[in-house]
Design a protein around this ligand. Structure first.
Ligand code: NAD
Length: 356
């Protein structure tokens, strides 16, 4: 009989095509908000402005200066913009949600999140801030959005390459949830369901980006992925991507999409049950091959070399990753093992040849 402890996270989820158009104002009222700071940039900002037009009198400002990984100076400017607000409304991807979280972290303001990618940050209490190129993350219940509105219509504008990379970023949350430090039977069940929805939606949106049913599958998968990650925590895969992203300013979702099959191949020999469940959810006999073939079908870059990372770069980050590698990773993280994993992920060679 299994024993475990599970801390469920609070939060209201409103899900449906058109939900942001039809239910946003009702959800704002539900939170009793009258003075709203909108955060969103580029196309997200356009989507946000359109959504907020019917209640323009309640908008105090729009913060558009969103940057990846939330530099501390951006966080300070966003906090200043929120001075007279009673609600932070984030409309956008993980960088925008992260900026809203930076505001909530010090002000305690509630967040209503309307995600437009599959990053999943909107259902985690994890914040991240970058100071002079070094990213720090932490966990605080104050940054967990009170309400999340998932509307597949808003993700149709997300370009196909970003959509598939973002969907595979969500896949990484699910896969890693099987061996992350606070994993438990509930987070694993949520992760397994997330994989099924993601793999249902990904090939379709690659072929037909405006297919709303497939966009809905991906958004539901992203919610489940974020929920599993929020509870299970981050393991070797996230540590590797965190160091790589911070060191070389790499695109977050693409980095996850490339590295995932290699970490899976590294861990599978010592996590056979996780491998079976992941393969089962992917409806294929072998999880590593399934992920590799999915990536090929979705035309994501094969190796980190395609993101401009050099072989020397890869050698340079080994020690930083080793320093934060989880002690309870299914396959112990040795300098030689990590070197081989990183080199394979850099070159884009067949991950199934790199099992330990
Ligand atoms: P992102 O938020 O940086 O967005 C990528 C690009 O897509 C941006 O240019 C954005 O403007 C654009 N975009 C977003 N939605 C769009 C839409 N619907 N149409 C057109 N363009 C759109 O990328 P991301 O992958 O969503 O988020 C990455 C960040 O989120 C990283 O900093 C990562 O660390 C963080 N993150 C945090 C958590 C957490 O739990 N704290 C979880 C996942 C990701």
């Amino acid at each position: 009989m299994t024993s475990f402890t599970y801390d469920g996270l609070p939060g209201r989820v409103v899900f449906g095509a058109g939900a942001a158009r039809t239910q946003l104002l009702g959800e704002i009222d539900r939170l009793g908000a009258e003075r709203i700071l909108l955060i969103g940039t580029g196309k997200e900002g356009v989507i946000g402005a359109r959504l907020c037009a019917p209640f323009a009198d309640r908008m105090i400002a729009t913060f558009t200066d969103v940057r990846p990984h939330v530099p501390t100076e951006v966080a300070e400017r966003a906090r200043a913009a929120a001075e007279h607000a009673d609600l932070v409304l984030s409309v956008g991807g993980g960088s925008t949600t992260g900026t809203a979280k930076a505001v909530a972290l010090t002000t305690g303001l509630p967040i209503l999140a309307v995600p437009t990618t599959y990053a999943g940050s909107e259902v985690t209490p994890v914040w991240g801030l970058t100071d002079r190129g070094r990213k720090t993350t932490g966990t605080d219940q104050r940054v967990l959005p009170r309400t999340v509105i998932y509307d597949p219509e808003l993700t149709v504008a997300l370009p196909v390459d970003l959509s598939v990379a973002s969907g595979l970023n969500a896949m990484a949350h699910c896969v890693e949830a099987f061996w992350a430090p606070q994993r438990n039977p509930i987070s694993s069940a949520v992760a397994e369901a997330g994989i099924r929805h993601l793999v249902n939606g990904l090939p379709t949106i690659h072929a037909a980006p405006s297919d709303l049913a497939a966009r809905g599958e991906l958004l539901l998968g992203a919610y489940l992925a974020g929920s599993a990650f929020a509870v299970a925590g981050s393991g070797l895969h996230h540590k590797i991507c965190h160091v790589l992203g911070g060191a070389f300013d790499l695109p977050h979702a693409q980095t996850h999409a490339i590295v995932l099959p290699y970490v899976l191949a590294y861990n599978l020999p010592n996590a056979p049950q996780a491998g079976d469940r992941i393969a089962n959810a992917l409806a294929r006999p072998d999880a590593v091959t399934a992920l590799r073939e999915l990536g090929e079908k979705l035309e994501i870059p094969k190796g980190l070399c395609e993101l401009g990372v050099t072989e020397l770069d890869i050698a340079a980050v080994g020690d930083d990753i080793l320093a934060i590698a989880p002690a309870d990773n299914p396959t112990p993280v040795t300098p030689a093992g990590l070197r081989a994993l990183l080199h394979a992920a850099w070159s884009g060679s067949d991950p199934s040849r790199h099992t330990t």
